[in-house]
Design a protein. Sequence first.
Length: 164
Amino acid sequence: MNAGDLLFGRRLRQNHALEHATVTILTERHPRLRVAARSSARGFVIYADLDPALVRPAAEDALRRLRRGEAHLAIHPHCGTNLAVGTSVAIVGSFFALTAVRPRVRAASALVSSLAGIVAARPLGQVVQRHVTTLPDVAGVRIVSVARRRRLGMTIVEVRTEAG
């Protein structure tokens, strides 16, 4: 078992990969589409008022393409992992900056740490996605249902999966 499975669980990582692949395919087919999504061990939710008849074929295509080895679809440039990694770099760097004796050095170090977090966010975030938060090996995963729902005044599309 790898670190990603220990931290997040295999099913969550598989669904996260499928979510990214589905969103990528949807935005390729509909370039003006703007969505947000979130994965769980039971599937994923797309926060957008989309017709499930539009989402299901994209999710099925994503599943097929991941199974065929298109692992790059599991990595998304706008994933929240990138933000979390960049923020973590900035926070850790700023924490160490506070240990500087001179105030000017503290301020400069904090600024450099923040910039390092911004610069490192996407490339480091993609490494973390690849090895920790997604798993493009979706053998045995199947899509059970795709349904539009209203939650807390928002319209979402919920994609449920199972693994056999």
